[in-house]
Write a protein that binds this ligand. Structure first.
Ligand SMILES: [Zn+2]
Length: 77
């Protein structure tokens, strides 16, 4: 008996065969974990949403004043 039922994963909206997924109604373990809020395992990587300002600060660790200085300097050349 093989049934095929194409459904869309509630999490990632990817179409998959409902009966072939162990993690239905999700397409995969990842989506199930995310949806259930169990996304804590370190075996999964979640991109952390940051604003551009926060990213800049984390990457360079330079005070905004100094960043502005460097930029201005760059533009003059
Ligand atoms: Zn999914």
């Amino acid at each position: 008996m093989s049934k095929v039922l194409s459904v869309k994963c509630p999490h990632c909206k990817k179409e998959f065969d409902y009966y072939s997924s162990e993690f239905r109604p999700f397409c995969c373990e990842r989506c199930k974990m995310v949806d259930l809020g169990l996304w804590m395992s370190e075996s999964y990587t979640v991109p952390i949403k940051k604003t551009p300002e926060e990213l800049e600060f984390d990457e360079f660790e330079i005070p905004q004043e100094d960043l502005n200085f460097f930029r201005e300097d760059d533009e003059e050349h």
